[in-house]
Design a protein around this ligand. Structure first.
Ligand code: AHG
Ligand code: MN
Ligand code: MN
Length: 344
């Protein structure tokens, strides 16, 4: 009996253990970075706890505030935003933060010490889905600060995806999962609500070679470019010169959920430039870059239609960008169609 239990415990890998084991590969590591990842995991547990009770407590509904993007903000957005800030302000591990829900960079209080890392996040992605009980998420990216001393700066938050030291997301779905990468593959952990721990459930995630799904808001097709329209027909197997087995369509309105499905099952998510939104909709810093890092680590690719998202230098905190992300072959095909038909 004792032996059986021992074996069982040996197979359970908590997120803490996983982070520590990855850190051991770097003899010069101080542990600060590992602790920062735990801080994020803890914030995620608190947000998960609230999101699963969203239908029960008063926080459901609009907060009556408009966020910096000019969109209506749900109360759960505020809660998630405040939780991420609160859990990371006083640790001494960060120099500065930036959130999709805050207009400016978020300084950390100096009395607790200024750290060397920078945290950017979308605290609650897909928040229009809160009221209808569809999966939502949190997206984050971690950089090393570039500024030398004192409080972190805007430039610290405007780094290229190539410079990320870690990125990940949490999906609050039928179960809560945290998926992250420090540049050594992509690993997924499922929250065991009983013990309150994230346990390794999806080690070393690789995008499947064969894709099943495409995810796009086809309601806006009339605003798309010729290239994007033709690319979509190709995905649907309607390209006469190059017919293929059509992919199934899946679109939830939560980037995290659609991305996660495609990561595990194979496919592509895109939010192209539209006549009414020439910049696209999604945010480069909080959404496109962190997920581009993850997808590349899983063997996929992310592009704005022409360039690798990881090579784009952000110019402003809330910059938007067209996004094509998922299976390498499919994203490359999108770039081909755009260059052929949209003259780019
Ligand atoms: P957020 O809730 O953080 O503002 O992000 C919403 C994003 C993304 O999650 C989703 O894929 C997309 O907006 C949906 O937009 P449409 O409703 O225009 O399709
Ligand atoms: Mn979002
Ligand atoms: Mn958001």
């Amino acid at each position: 009996m004792y032996v059986v239990r021992d074996q069982m415990h040996d197979q359970i890998i908590t997120i803490e253990r996983h982070i520590v084991e990855q850190e051991r590969r770097y003899p010069q590591a101080t542990g600060v970075f590992s602790n920062l990842l735990y801080d994020i995991a803890l914030a995620a547990k608190i947000i998960a706890y609230e999101t699963t009770r969203a239908g029960l407590v008063e926080i459901l509904g609009l907060a009556g505030r408009i966020n910096v993007q000019g969109e209506q903000q749900m109360k759960l957005d505020l809660f998630a935003n405040e939780t991420m800030i609160r859990m990371n302000s006083y640790t001494g591990r960060l120099a500065v933060m930036a959130s999709e829900e805050e207009e400016d960079i978020i300084p950390v209080p100096e009395e607790y010490g200024i750290g060397k890392y920078v945290l950017v996040f979308d605290p609650l992605d897909g928040s229009s889905n809160v009221d209808v009980n569809v999966s939502i998420g949190t997206i984050f990216g971690v950089y090393r600060r570039k500024s030398k001393q004192g409080p972190g700066t805007l430039e610290d938050c405007l780094q290229m995806g190539r410079d990320l030291v870690a990125a990940g997301y949490i999906i609050y779905g039928s179960s809560t999962m945290m998926v992250y990468s420090t540049g050594q593959g992509v690993h997924g952990f499922t929250l065991d609500p009983g013990v309150g721990e994230f346990l390794l459930s999806h080690p070393d995630i690789r995008m499947p070679e064969r894709s099943k799904y495409y995810s796009v808001n086809q309601g806006y097709e009339q605003y798309w470019s010729e290239g994007v329209r033709r690319f979509t027909w190709w995905l649907q197997g309607m390209d006469r010169e190059d017919p293929r087995k059509p992919l199934s369509g899946r679109y939830s309105g939560s980037l995290v959920a659609d991305f996660h499905r495609n990561l595990l099952e194979g496919g592509i998510y895109y939010y192209p430039a539209e006549a009414t939104k020439p910049e696209g909709k999604l945010r480069l810093v909080y959404e496109a870059i962190p997920l581009a890092f993850i997808v590349e680590q899983a063997g996929g690719y992310a592009s704005d239609g022409q360039r690798n998202i990881l090579d784009i230098q952000p110019k402003s905190l809330h910059q938007r960008i067209p996004l094509f992300i998922g299976n390498l072959e499919l994203v490359k095909k999108a770039e081909e169609f755009i260059s052929e038909y949209d003259g780019q």
